[in-house]
Design a protein around this ligand. Structure first.
Ligand code: ZN
Ligand code: ZN
Length: 270
């Protein structure tokens, strides 16, 4: 008889927010980070919160070169001998910031490609953001799919089709528009955040989500909240209300979850 591998993915959004991002994804064969926007010390502490050891990690996938995504990538890669994946333009933009890595640690992950890392099928897709060549990732094993999508100014039709009806999401809910408008950021920075290459507001994120979630969807983690222009309660209630109005099955067929800028979300199984 054919042996079917029943064990899927285990995932924790270790920390998410405008000040730093790091996500952990494992199968029985491989243990990955997506981005590491924290010091090595903090990254290790976050892994400990979910009972995992940095020595067991295999690789870090990088989405783009902003410091809230790469701050600790070089340190972690050197200390724990991790493979690092990013596309060529992102490598060019971040390499000097990472410090020295061995040639065999550096890997290319081109935009719009799928690579099998261990037993996880990882696919990259482009987003609209003011980095050189930002890409986010989907992770698939045994028919279960986890999608990460933050750091984008809008969700194009192409992106929407690509990430539709996954089992779980980390999805951007960056700012509350009125908090941003009233806040102390200079006008140019406000324009940058609101713009097509900035970040999704709670409202825009929710409107995109309403067209993306499907009958397979069980979990949506709201992520990359702005420290200055958002709070968890407002993000959650804004997104929940829109998803309820649109009759998408929120709180029935799937649930919304918070993420935290400095605390790991409990590991969940897919
Ligand atoms: Zn960014
Ligand atoms: Zn970011």
């Amino acid at each position: 008889m054919l042996e079917v591998d029943q064990t899927g993915l285990r995932i924790s959004v270790l920390a998410s927010g405008s000040t730093g991002n790091i996500t952990y994804i494992e199968s029985d064969k491989v243990k990955l980070l997506v981005d590491c926007g924290f010091s090595g010390k903090k990254a290790v502490e976050l892994l400990q919160q979910i009972d995992r050891r940095p020595e067991d990690l295999n690789a870090i996938l990088v989405t783009h070169e902003h410091s809230d995504h790469i701050k600790g990538v070089g340190i972690m890669a050197r200390k724990y001998e991790l493979d690092v994946y990013a596309n060529q333009n992102t490598w060019n933009a971040m390499e000097s910031k990472l410090g020295k890595l061995k040639l065999d640690q550096k890997h290319h992950f081109d935009l719009d490609h799928t690579m099998t890392i261990g037993d996880i099928d990882v696919s990259s897709f482009g987003v609209s953001h003011d980095a050189v060549d930002p890409q986010f990732y989907t992770f698939q094993k045994n028919d279960k799919r986890f999608v990460m999508l933050t750091d984008t100014g809008y969700v194009s039709d192409k992106m929407r089709e690509y990430v539709k009806n996954a089992d779980a999401y980390l999805f951007e809910s960056n700012h509350d528009l009125s908090m941003l408008r009233m806040g102390r950021y200079p006008w140019s920075l406000k324009q940058r955040i609101i713009g097509d290459k900035g970040h999704l507001s709670n409202e825009d994120g929710a409107l995109a989500l309403a067209e993306i979630v499907g009958d397979r969807t069980k979990r949506v983690y709201l992520g990359h909240l702005s420290k200055e222009n958002n709070v968890k309660e407002i993000a959650y209630s804004t997104v929940e209300e829109i998803l309820m109005q649109k009759d998408t099955g929120v709180n029935h067929t799937y649930r919304l979850y918070d993420t935290d800028p400095i605390e790991a979300a409990p590991l969940f199984h897919l």
